[in-house]
Each structure stands twice: as C-alpha cells, then as structure tokens.
Design a binder for this molecule. Structure first.
Ligand code: SF4
Length: 674
C-alpha cells in the first residue's frame, strides 16, 4: 500500500529519466519548472514573446496549446522563433485535446506532446450507460487504433509525451465504470500507458490534475502505488489545475504540489495561476527549492508506516474540547489562533482583530508569550479578555514558570485559558503537575514537543485523560532530518498508539519552515506545506500561522489555507483556469470582476473557465459556471448543467447574478465587503 518510501522524511522516488528535448526530467535531475503561454498559438510573434519571457524568468519547459491542425502547424515557426531569440534549449510541449490530427502535426515540430486521455479521440457526450466487458474492450480497441499512430511517430522522432489526466474531463467510459474518482483518473492514464508500452514507447511523463488538492493528492498517490505494482517508474508532472489567482491560487497550488513533493513525488511542476504566466515561475521555483533542500536527508532504513489511509480522506477523530465561545471536536471546523508578540501587545492585537473586515475570518484564540509573573499581571488588565465574547487565551509559558506562579491567574481568569508548555521525553512528572493544575482550574494544557518527546510522554498523556489536553509541535524541539509534516504525522501515530484522542494544534513557526526566508511568498508556501498537507491527511484541529507579525494578516492567511485545503469555508470560492491559447475572453479581468461582485457569498463556488475543452466536469463541484462558449459569448452553468447558452459577454455578469439569486444563494454584500 505504500506510495512513498517514508511519510516522515522526504525520500525521493526514483523515476526513469525522460528527455524533453535537451531537458532531462526524472531520475536524479532537479524538479523542472514549467508553464504555459496564453496567447493565440497562431499569433506566432506573441507566442514566441511569451515563451521568451517565461524562459527569462526561469521556466525550463514551455507548453503551447494546439487546438487544431493550423495551430499545430504554427508550432514549427514558434520553435524557430524561440531558437532565433537564443532560447533554442527550451523545449516546447504541444497541448492537445480531442484531435489526433493536431497531435500528429504537432509532434513533427515540438519536443513533447501532451494528450488528455479523457478526450483524445473522444467526444464527451456525458452519456449514462452501462458498458459491458465486451463494450469496454471494444472502446479500448478503438482507442488503441486512434492513439497508436501518435505513439509510433513520437518514438520515430525521439519525442516524449505527457499523459495528462484531468479530474474534470474523464471519458464517458471511465466515468461510467469508475466514476468521478481518483481511481478513475488513474485507470484513465494506465489505459493510455499500456498502449504506449505495447509499442515499446516509454518516454512518458504522467499527471493527475484536479482543482481540488485533496483529489489531486489522492490520485497521484494511487497512481504511484499502481505503477509500483506494475514495475513502472514514470516521472510525474505535478499541478493543481484551475487554482485561481492571488493568494488563494498560490495556496491551493502549494498545498497540492507541496504535499506530494514532501513525500518525494514529483519530477516537474506547473503552478497554474489566473495571472500572467511569468508570475507562476517564482512560486514553482520556491516550491521546488524547498522540497529539494530535503533530498539526501531522508530516512536511511525502511520505516514503519503510519495508520492513515493515504487514498481516502478521513478526518482524525478527536475528543471534544470546550474553549469558551467555541469548541474543538470532530464536528467542529479547525480553530484559528493568532499570536501577540508580547503580553503588552495583547490589547492592541485584540483591537486589530475586532476589525469588521475580519467578520468572516475571526481569530478564536490569542496566543501570548509569558515569561514572568509581571506578564500575567499585564494580561489581567486587558479589557478585551473580559468581554463576554472573548477569545480563548493561550499562554506560552517560559520554562522557569511553575504551576504555583500560574494558579492565581487561572483562578481569576474570565476567559478559557490554554497553558502551552514544552515538555521533554522525561518530563512525565511535570506534565502531570501542569495537567492537574489545568484540570483543577477548568482550563486546558497544550503539550509542545517533538515526536521523540511524545514517545517518552505517552504514558503521562494517557494519565491526563480527555477534555483538558491538546498537543502541538512548534518545531523548535524537532530533531534530525524529519520535516515538520513528518513530525506531526509521527506525533499523530504516537497518540493513536497511546489511545489518545487529544486534538492537534498545527503551529506554523519560523522553526517549522522547511527552508524559510522572510518573503511573504515563502511564508505562505510554508504554511500551505505544513497546514495544508496535514489537513488533507485529516490531521489538525487548531491552526496558528505565527510567522505573520500582523494579527489580522495571520488570521486571514490561516483562513485562506483552511479554505484551500477544503477544511473551513469562509468566503466564496473561485475555480478559474489559468487561460491559454484557447481562451475566449480575458480571464484575469473577468475573474477579478466577478470576484468583486460575489466574493461575499460565503460557501458559494463559482467556476470561471476560458473554454469548455476540459468539459463541465472540470468545474467539478462548483455551484455555478461562467464559461467561454464562442468568441464574445458566454455559457452559464448550474452545477455541471449548461442552463444559458451564448449570452453576449456584456450581459453575462448580470445573468450570472440573477442565476445565483434564482437558486437562493445570493446575499446582499454588507458594508465591510462593499
Ligand atoms: S479551460 Fe482555460 S486553460 Fe483549459 S483549455 Fe480552456 S481556456 Fe485553456
């Protein structure tokens, strides 16, 4: 059942080396960075310009759509233009949907061809029918005939190929047999892979993209497990498709790609953003560099697995914990804690957190470092902690403080208090004393330690019982090469073996960084790596992003990561494609315009797609879709159903809002949103 050598260390999966022109992918090569042009492919000059711009910022492989044979023919000129501009070493990948003829033309000109097994030589009809084994076999035979010429020509010309499965565009055949599932995605790719192998062609890279990081993570894991079972070692191209733009797009991409890279999977990556594609490159670079910094530090010997089923999401079951105005537990969303730099700044932090702009993203706990008894005195004066709707207070206790120092404060506290303290492996007795204080005063103990500490403390933890305990790992005490995701996974396993259902608080600190720098992008990626990966494994009941000095910023980033991982929805969600040469309207301005009118619709998911090539399935679980139907014309969807065709683009925003109202999902924006 293993899809990676270790879930605690990053041990790179060794794949076969595939040449994409002069760029080697897989094997022991670095993670390769790639992106895609958005110009009309037949506008050769514009496409060359975009390709050069991408190469100049570090893109190593450029993909260009070839929606028809004429566009595919232009790839030769684009290839020549790129070489003339001094970038002859940058390989071009032709992106093909539907048309084998376009693929056969493209393969003559470029280093690699990407086919989508969901629609290659297939018109998707969304037909619901049963395929008997004989029907299915006939379909596979048809596929064999349609796909073989491309395979043979690729082999003759020394080209490589990506079999690029998309969650939203699985074939009717796959949908009817396997459903809209990670397993269906994997089978879809394997069908094509077997045809290629039947011709002895193995210059193949695989991808399993989805706009939902959880689905994408599960699909890649399953693919690797299946390939290992068949002794296949093809490299992986990682990506979260239709991730959107801005902070949300970067978070979604980092969660999906980062989780897999941390497990040692992934040979080339593309971060899809609904922005100019050059902005994708620094994000991809940072993701790759962070992951590669872990290579070589991995486990030296085979490790026991943890008990999580990596192919099916299930949230870890935890004990209920009352925290004053909110609770932690199996039915509760992960709670958000923000940090004040010192006791003297608690009042100011609370004031900042009262901003109406944080109405939908409220901090629920305030973390304050406490070094002395004077700090406790300062906190007693904080007016905001005496309010009826007060946040719960987390006191990060310096090692010198004793239970006796805290007892008076806890007895008089008007809000729920969490005592956060680091314990070593041999600190069972002090832990019991602090737990007794917390329990006796009606408060909670948060135990901070490394996996090794928790192994030593497991007997003491069992003695604390439930209802007054949570655990965390600030990273400062983590030892050895274990990465922070691995550390939390190991702690989760220690708790399971000890029979503890203590909630887990994911702390993002400078010390949990894989490879930190002080840029916001780096901090955002680190938070997505750690918090996002764990949430997608069903781990995490509280979250704090303590790398942000501004408490309001920290709260917003926490909610954005929670939303990216699908763990807590605080606003509307936008599934927006990155655009490409097929795009029928300006994706960036349209996405921003629609967002500005609908961002306040908490829980509503809107897909904005440049074309319908990947099928309405690409919008997966979106409530509404805004999709390019023809030049200047928009199709509107409710779920996967097209309900309005060919609306003039000028009317489409109003019609979309009317549709949202008609389906009772509309709310008027409050002044803060406006
Ligand atoms: S959905 Fe967007 S990115 Fe995908 S093919 Fe259409 S326009 Fe291009």
């Amino acid at each position: 059942m293993a899809y990676c050598a270790s879930r605690f260390h990053t041990v790179r999966r060794l794949t076969r080396e595939v040449a994409v022109g002069s760029i080697m992918v897989g094997g022991r090569n670095p993670v390769r960075i790639q992106s895609m042009t958005t110009s009309d492919t037949q506008d050769v000059a514009a496409t060359v310009r975009q390709s050069v711009a991408l190469a100049e910022v570090g893109c190593e492989i450029v993909r260009v759509t070839a929606p028809n044979v004429q566009a595919a023919r232009c790839l030769g000129d684009i290839r020549a233009g790129l070489t003339a501009a001094g970038w002859g070493g940058i390989p071009i990948v032709a992106d093909i949907h539907f048309l084998p003829q376009a693929a056969m033309e493209a393969v003559e000109h470029v280093e690699k061809v990407r086919v989508n097994p969901g629609n290659y030589a297939d018109k998707k009809r969304f037909a619901v029918r049963d395929y008997s084994d004989a029907d299915y076999e006939r379909e596979l035979q048809r596929l064999h005939e349609a796909f073989s010429p491309l395979v043979k020509r690729s082999r003759e010309l020394g080209r490589s190929m990506r079999i690029g499965t998309n969650h939203g565009s699985l074939s009717d055949r796959i949908m009817n047999r396997y459903g809209d599932t990670p397993l269906g995605m994997v089978e879809s790719a394997l069908e094509f892979l077997r045809i290629a192998e039947s011709h002895g062609f193995r210059e193949i890279i695989l991808s399993m993209k989805s706009s939902n990081p959880k689905v994408m993570i599960e699909a890649y894991r399953l693919l690797v497990e299946r390939m290992d079972g068949e002794d296949m070692h093809y490299p992986l191209h990682l990506g979260v498709t239709e991730a959107g733009d801005g902070e949300d797009g970067r978070i979604k991409g980092s969660i999906g790609i980062g989780s897999l890279l941390m497990d040692g999977l992934g040979d080339t990556i593309r971060v899809s953003l609904t922005e100019d594609s050059v902005y994708e490159i620094p994000v991809a670079r940072a993701l790759a560099d962070k992951a590669m910094s872990l290579w070589g530090k991995g486990a030296q010997k085979p490790e026991a697995a943890d008990s999580i089923d990596p192919y099916h999401f299930e949230r870890r079951v935890v004990a209920e914990l009352a925290l004053g105005s909110c609770a932690v537990g199996p039915e509760q969303p992960p709670r958000v804690i923000v940090r004040a730099a010192a006791a003297g700044q608690a009042e100011a932090a609370l004031e900042a957190l009262r901003s109406p702009l944080l109405k939908d993203t409220p901090a629920e706990g305030l973390l304050v470092p406490v070094a002395t008894a004077q700090d406790l005195q300062t906190l007693l004066q904080v007016e905001g902690l005496r309010r009826a709707d007060a946040l719960f207070l987390v006191l990060e206790l310096a090692p010198g403080l004793t239970p006796a120092d805290l007892a008076p404060f806890l007895t008089g506290a008007s809000c729920r208090v969490v005592l956060l303290r680091a314990f070593g492996a041999a600190d069972g007795a002090p832990l019991a004393a602090w737990a007794a204080l917390a329990r006796g005063t009606g408060h909670i103990l948060a135990v901070d330690g490394s996996p090794a500490d928790f192994i030593g403390l497991s007997g003491a933890l069992a003695g604390v019982g439930e209802g007054a305990l949570m655990v965390t790992c600030s990273g400062a005490r983590a030892e050895g090469p274990e990465h922070p995701v691995g550390a939390y996974r190991r702690i989760t396993e220690v708790l399971r073996q000890a029979g503890s259902r203590a909630p887990i608080w994911i702390r993002n600190t400078a010390a949990t960084s894989v490879r930190g720098d002080n840029s916001f992008l780096s901090r955002l990626i680190e938070a997505s790596f750690l918090t996002g990966s764990l949430l997608c494994d069903g781990i995490g009941d509280l979250v704090s992003i303590e790398t942000e000095a501004d408490p309001a910023r920290s709260a917003r980033l926490s909610y954005n990561v929670l939303q990216g991982a699908g763990a807590r929805i605080s606003k509307a969600e936008f599934v927006a494609c990155p655009s490409c040469g097929r795009t029928l309207f300006d994706l960036q301005t349209t996405t921003q315009r629609i967002r500005s009118q609908t961002a306040h619709l908490k829980g509503v998911k809107i897909a904005i797609m440049g074309c319908i090539v990947n099928g309405p399935g690409e919008m997966a679980d979106a409530d509404f879709g805004y999709v390019g139907g023809a030049p200047g014309k928009i199709n509107l969807y409710v779920g996967k159903q097209c309900v309005q065709y060919n609306i003039p683009q000028g009317d489409a925003d109003a019609r979309l809002i009317a549709l949202i109202k008609e389906h009772k999902k509309w709310a008027e924006p409050e002044p803060a949103h406006a």
